[in-house]
Each structure stands twice: as C-alpha cells, then as structure tokens.
Design a binder for this molecule. Structure first.
Ligand code: UT7
Length: 328
C-alpha cells in the first residue's frame, strides 16, 4: 500500500450574498433567531445560469493552480453533489471536459453533506492502491436551486459553493490515517427531495405541490447528527490509537453551529481546535469541508504534521470521518 495525502485546496463561492436581513423580507423569520438556532449570518447564492459544474470547475482550477500542475496530470475526478447540472451526464464529465483533463475518468458521488468525506475516502484508496497518482475530489452544490424560499425551516440554512482537494501519493508517515463511513437508510425520510426521480417523476402536480424542493424534519436530523458525528469521531480516534489531545484540528461539516459545538464538546475538543465558518456560508452541503479547510489554512491553523479530523453527517442518513496528517 502507498500513502495518500492532500496536496492542494481550492474553493469557489458565488459573488451574491443572501443575508439574514434579506431573508426577513422573504419569510417570517428574524436575524436573531437564525443566528441563535444555527449560527448563520449570510450565505452565497449562484448567479442565474450558474450551475454546479461551473462552481466545481472554478474550485478545481484553483487547486490545480495552487499545486502548479496541469489538468492533464489528473487520473480521476470525483464530484460530490446532490445538485448535478442534470441527471446525466455526470457532473464529473462536464468538469473533466472544461478542465481539459484528458487522462482522467471519474464519476459523481451522491451522499449529500457526507459527500466530500466519501469522496476523499474513495480517492485516498485509489491512490493507496497504487493505480492512481492524482485524484481531484470536488464538493459542489447549488442548493439554492432546490430550496423552497417560502419554507422558513429550510431556506435559512443553505447556500451555494464549491471546494476541491487534490489527493496524491505521499511519503511514508504523511496523509490519511483512518476512515469511518456509514449509511443508515432508515433515516432517509427525514431529509430528501421527494420528486423528480423514478419514484415520482416530474409532473404538473409535483411542481404545484412543491415536491422538487428539500423537505426536512430538522429535529430528527439534528439529533442524529450530534450523536453520529460524536460517535464516528470517537471511534476513529480510538481505533487509531490516538486521543482527542492528539487532534490538532477538527474540520466538521457546517450544518448548524449547535451540532458542531455539541459534538466537539462531547469529544473534549476545545473550540480553538474546531473550525466554524457557517456564519459566512451557511450549509453548502458537499462544499463545507473544503471551504472550512481553506479558512483554517488562511488563518494559519494548520502546520505540517498536524492530525486533522474531517467529520460529516447528512441526508440518507450518511456519515463519514477522515483522520489524517497534514502534509504541506
Ligand atoms: O447537513 C445536514 C442537514 N441538516 C441539518 O443538519 C439540520 C439539522 N437541524 C437543525 O439545524 C435545526 O433543527 C433547525 C435549525 C432546522 C431548526 O432549529 P430547531 O431549534 O430544531 O427549531 P424547531 O424546528 O424546533 O422550531 C422551533 C420554533 C418553532 O416554533 P414553535 O412551534 O415553537 O412556535 C418553529 O416554527 O422556531 C420556529 N421556526 C422559526 N422561527 C423563526 C422554525 N424556523 C424558523 C425561522 N425563523 N426560520
């Protein structure tokens, strides 16, 4: 087995800001409620005509530029998204073409908020097996396209964005240490977009009934997220012979500030070792972890050798944790 490491992080956020004050004009809500219950102050919204592959392309392009390599060096492109440009072709195909990544194959990963962790797990194993040298993992979602802006329980939560990480072969002692991934499909009804698939194809009625939007039982998702994020992190740390004191930084999925702080507290991680940037971006689904990692890097919170914990829980239910040693 080879080692696999993350060698570059690129991100893209659309320019338009949707603030809590803007939402106050759209639904019966208020800034204080949103900040207290979620930690969100503003989120970014894609421009009309801007689709997930556009966001994904920009994030991947930045990662390639930071690493100083050409797209032709990529062996695979994995796009984690629940808001593809269309059912098919896969968004990975659209991004491969735009990047000019002629040697790459790839596919989309549909795991909602856990998508990026699943993507990193998959990419790391392709590299560790020795069959791939460079794999681009992109988390990109244009949630504003499937959010009902008349539903105050969901529309305040989500934003649009993309982040990309290049996974490549590392040196001994560098890179990924542990992985834990789970699904629990019994929770599928708590967070979903009911219509538009083969179960309930698009009709006038499904559109009239607003079934092409995100439906969520927020409290059920909240309870599961806190418990599962804590349990998976605890198990990943223990199974790799580590303790919370060894974790330099936790980069959790950004769904709700209260989910993050509750999980971190149970793990015994002080808040200065947990990255929270939900105030500026809301929940960008598969993009939160690279966006938060980029902010951690910019704030000088990561140095070579640090042990980092990525953790996510999302619709499905899906959940995943990556534990790894920072390499650059
Ligand atoms: O990435 C995975 C995806 N999602 C998540 O992880 C989300 C998990 N869930 C949550 O983050 C939280 O459950 C929410 C933020 C969605 C909701 O917070 P909550 O503390 O669970 O609120 P609630 O649903 O229990 O609602 C409390 C009250 C209700 O009023 P009543 O019945 O007590 O009078 C709601 O109608 O707050 C009301 N409410 C609002 N008030 C102002 C719900 N949404 C809003 C709103 N503004 N936007």
């Amino acid at each position: 087995m080879y080692t696999a490491k993350i060698s570059a992080v690129g991100c893209y956020s659309p320019a338009r800001v949707l603030s809590n004050a803007d939402l106050e004009k759209m639904v019966e809500t208020n800034h204080n409620w949103i900040v207290e219950r979620t930690g969100i102050v503003e989120r970014r919204i894609a421009a009309p005509g801007e689709a997930t592959s556009d966001l994904a392309f920009e994030a991947a392009r930045e990662a390639l530029k930071l690493r100083g390599i050409d797209a032709t060096e990529l062996d695979a492109i994995l796009v984690c998204t629940v808001t593809p440009d269309m059912f098919f072709p896969a968004t990975a195909c659209l991004v491969q073409d735009r990047l000019g990544a002629r040697g790459a194959w790839g596919f989309d990963i549909v795991a909602a908020c856990s998508g990026f962790v699943y993507g990193l797990t998959t990419a790391a194993h392709l590299v560790m097996a020795g069959t791939h040298r460079k794999v681009m993992v992109i988390g990109a979602d244009t949630m504003s396209r499937i959010i009902d802006y008349t539903d105050r329980a969901t529309c305040i939560l989500f934003g649009d964005g993309a982040g990309a990480m290049l996974v490549e072969r590392g040196e001994a002692g560098e890179g990924f240490i542990g992985f834990k991934n789970e699904i629990d499909g019994s929770g599928g009804d708590y967070l979903k977009m009911p219509a538009g698939g083969s179960r309930m194809p698009a009709t006038h009625e499904t559109v009239d009934q607003r079934l092409h939007y995100v439906k969520q039982d927020g409290q059920q998702v909240f309870k599961y997220a806190v418990r599962k994020m804590y349990e998976l992190c605890r198990d990943a740390i223990e199974e790799n012979g580590l303790s919370a004191a060894d974790v330099a930084l936790m980069v959790p999925h950004q769904a709700n500030r209260r989910i993050i702080t509750a999980a971190a507290e149970r793990l015994g991680l002080p808040c200065d070792r947990v990255i929270i940037n939900i105030d500026r971006f809301g929940n960008t689904t598969a993009a939160t972890i690279p966006l938060a990692t980029r902010d951690a890097l910019a704030a000088g919170k990561l140095k070579k050798g640090d042990i980092v914990l990525f953790a996510a829980v999302g619709a499905g239910f899906t959940a995943g944790v990556n534990l790894w040693r920072w390499a650059f």
